[in-house]
Write a protein that binds this ligand. Sequence first.
Ligand SMILES: *[C@@H]1O[C@H](CO)[C@@H](O)[C@H](O)[C@H]1NC(C)=O
Length: 295
Amino acid sequence: MKTSSRFLTAVILLAFLLWLKARWNSIQAQWPEFQQISSYPQQAHAKQEAASNDRHQSPSDKLRAPIRPSVPNRVIVVAKQSDDDTDWLMDELPDWQHAVYTLDDPTTPGFLHLPKSARPLKATAYLTYIIDNYFSLPSTLVFVHPHRSGFPRALHNEFPDHDPPHDIVYALKRLRIDFVQENGYANLRCTHEPGCLDEIRPFREPRDAWRSGAESVYAEAWKTVFNSSKDDEVPWVVGTPCCGQFAVSRRQVWKRGIGEYMWFRKWVMENGLEDEICERVVEYLWHVIFGRRSV
Ligand SMILES: *[C@@H]1O[C@H](CO)[C@@H](O)[C@H](O)[C@H]1NC(C)=O
């Protein structure tokens, strides 16, 4: 009897030790990630740059976009309507991660969805991607429309003479990642019209009736988004190639805190502007958000 109870105690003790060891291993495994987040931003930048320049290192997590670990560390973010076909991403650009939001249908499996209360705009989706993935961003991020090519629906893309015309796949295959890394931000459009050189003049007098409503609400938008109270902090001229398709480096995104992106998104959701005008205003804010001058 005594022997068997001793034996039992020994077995229980051993089991306990094994369990402790397993716990310890799992805590140790999570430790680097935890440290990385808690020491953010100073050390995390350098460490993450080094650790994941080519491959993703972070474990996936429900909030984040699906990560395919074997794919290089760069993402294409798209916001689509449910009837837009984005199969071209997988077919033509499999060496990118993809984060595709469906704006009008929160049920389609295989896509990302905005929070229920969110305003279903491209701007909301882009900012949601940045906010949800802020601490584990790939080193290069590209934001594009869902239409691969064609005229006029993909007019916003370059290369009208390519076959197919206005093909974003052709553009992205030629994108110089090293330039994006060096410069921080690149508009994906080179054609100046529309947008350059002075699309938005927030204080134009008299107002041009034919101009989009974006211009007349731009100054107020600027002041809210950038927390400025004075008109003289709003630029007189804003010009950038149109259409809000751009590439940005993680380092550039991190020049603003996550709170600022949440602030932008809150403004997008609550500004009361018509959808089209709101999207237009945001198109002429991205380059400034990502560190460029207004023109
Ligand atoms: C503006 O102020 C709000 C509230 O104080 C803050 O949360 C937000 O990050 C600020 N935005 C910018 C762009 O500085």
